[in-house]
Design a binder for this molecule. Sequence first.
Ligand SMILES: *Cc1c(COP(=O)(O)O)cnc(C)c1O
Length: 413
Amino acid sequence: MRWNLPPDSIPEAWFNVVPHLEQPLQPPLHPATREPVGPADLSPIFPMALIGQEVSTEPWIDIPGEVLDVLRLWRPTPLVRATRLEAALETPARIYYKDESVSPAGSHKPNTAVPQAYYNKQEGVRRLATETGAGQWGSALSFACSILGLECKVYMVRASFNQKPYRRTMIEVWGGEVEASPVDDPSDPGSLGSAISDAVRDAVSREDSHYALGSVLNHVLLHQTVIGLEAKEQLALAGEERPDIVIGSCGGGSNLGGIALPFVPDENVAFLAVEPSSCPTLTEGRFDYDFGDVAGMTPLLAMYTLGHDFKPPPIHAGGLRYHGDSPIISHLVKSGRMKAVAYPQDVVFEAAVKFARVQGTVPAPETSHAIRAVIDAAVAAKDAGEETVILFSYSGHGLLDLSAYADYLSGRL
Ligand SMILES: *Cc1c(COP(=O)(O)O)cnc(C)c1O
């Protein structure tokens, strides 16, 4: 029911999907000139090593030893077969999940926070600025900066800053400094797009600082491929040739990319992105060049977008409220290689509670979007009488999201 790998079998290189794509990715464009950005445009906010990874076409990229030493604090993560959920659904499908909730911050996000902090430190940067929505990414980066000896400044979407005190405290426990965003308007509840503007402005205005982004960009998805690489090995130990379908929740695309991309070369594997119907970037957005932030300071990315000024309604899955999506994930959806589906909050929490009552663990609201889709796929397998092998990313635990569960259980969603 549970496959653990020994600490020395952690992957030593990240998997780069770019050489496996049939069409090349469209390059990011400069916000003013609309010409493709060069390394010099990005060097005020990112270290050269990450800029190199962002445009790399090498099939594999070595993971530095110092990064592996930190990842080994919790990796390899377990692969678990959800046999009790299978039994409850009376499905012939076999459901496996990769448990990324065991990291110090409780999600997959430290997988990229650690290498990002490492490469910045290597290039002499002393301080990182970033944004966070509900606090998952801010806490992951604060953890990584603490371990590697960097300062960390987090601009937190004001609505979460006021309503989600515990992730804020976590950031502070690891030594990070938190400020509500937007910084210039205390009456504005804020959005991820405006917090990105605050963090980029901070990073370009200080000599000692760079910016770090928790999802969306190619190098972030690259760092997350340790999830899928480990899962591949663990599925083999479980006696499975391959998953028939890989499912992940999709905010900016990093946990989904992490578990899915290493399987892209295998044509027999299908992929499903799951998003909230209140922020339906892949299912209802347009494919276009758009800014990553509200103020229009970031490069233009070719992606599915709801428009950089889109204000998503306040839902509990804060990590899924982003107007855009990873260019790699957008590319896979546009070409038809990956499918996408959107669910409203109530059926997502219904799935989360069902999962918790049979499997035990309480999933993050973001993760619960994937669980909703997994349950629907398992029921479809039952109707079709097929032994579908389902793999999904258990991207994080929900132990700091209990107020959302309280709202659901008392009918206040
Ligand atoms: C941030 C987050 C997500 C969504 O972000 P992606 O970049 O799409 O992975 C999903 N699950 C959890 C637990 C998160 O913290």
